[in-house]
Design a protein. Structure first.
Length: 133
């Protein structure tokens, strides 16, 4: 699945969705989760039942949840988790504004396994996140 994240990245401080205890203090988990829930009120990365199911299937091999836990996740939970994952991938790959990305450098780093290869810029200049393992 491919998700256009251009507007989301332009309007979101990804550190507030994926910040660590070192960055945000002891309540980092609570803070980032609430911010992820709030973020999907204006950004719906999983707009329909097919997308929600595809994300559920994509989560399984990561090993963080068993099948029953994934099946029990609400639509809101899945959307917030997806937004949090996108934010985390972005922070792992880039330390800059989306307009300042060096896409050539990113492609090299991603191909070498130094960061997730989950982003690309399409022909229209939109930033796309795709689920990958």
């Amino acid at each position: 699945m491919k998700i256009d994240v251009t507007d989301f990245l332009a309007s979101t401080d990804c550190s507030m969705l994926s910040g660590s205890v070192a960055e945000l203090g002891d309540n980092a988990g609570r803070i980032t989760w609430q911010n992820s829930i709030d973020a999907v009120k204006g950004f719906n990365p999983l707009p329909d039942g097919d997308a929600l199911q595809e994300f559920r299937e994509w989560l399984k091999p990561w090993g963080g949840w068993d099948d029953a836990e994934i099946a029990a996740m609400s639509d809101e939970h899945l959307r917030a988790l997806c937004a949090q994952w996108i934010a985390g991938d972005w922070r792992e790959c880039f330390d800059c504004d989306p307009d300042a990305v060096d896409w050539k450098d990113y492609e090299i780093r991603a191909s070498e396994g130094n960061c997730p290869g989950s982003f690309y810029r399409n022909d229209a200049g939109r930033i796309i996140w795709q689920m990958e393992h």
